[in-house]
Design a binder for this molecule. Structure first.
Ligand code: FES
Length: 103
């Protein structure tokens, strides 16, 4: 059973926006959409761009480099030039903190 890792304060993830956090040495993007928090790897699968520098539109994050898109709920690539999904991680909110299962 993978353990839950305390990533950050829930309040540090703004509504309908994305932030980058280092969690256990890994670069993770956290998103908040309609009050729920989602987590994916922060580095795009297409090139070396950080998704936290991109634009969140609903449940889709647009990469800042070539405008590829992913669904933040499951990491699925939804728009060219993305050919590989980005990893997404289970999120749990407890006591105002965001916990991730990085597996
Ligand atoms: Fe993200 Fe190219 S680096 S779409």
């Amino acid at each position: 059973e993978p353990s839950w890792i305390d990533a950050t304060d829930e309040d540090s993830v703004p509504d309908d926006d994305v932030v980058g956090v280092l969690v256990a040495g890994r670069d993770i993007a956290l998103y908040k959409v309609e009050g729920s928090v989602y987590a994916t790897d922060n580095i795009c699968t297409h090139g070396h761009a950080r998704l936290c520098d991109g634009f969140l539109d609903g449940y889709e994050i647009e990469c800042p480099l070539h405008q590829g898109k992913f669904d933040v709920r499951d990491g699925k690539g939804t728009c060219a030039p993305i050919t590989e999904d980005v990893r997404s991680y289970p999120v749990r909110i407890e006591g105002g903190r965001v916990f991730l299962q990085l597996g």
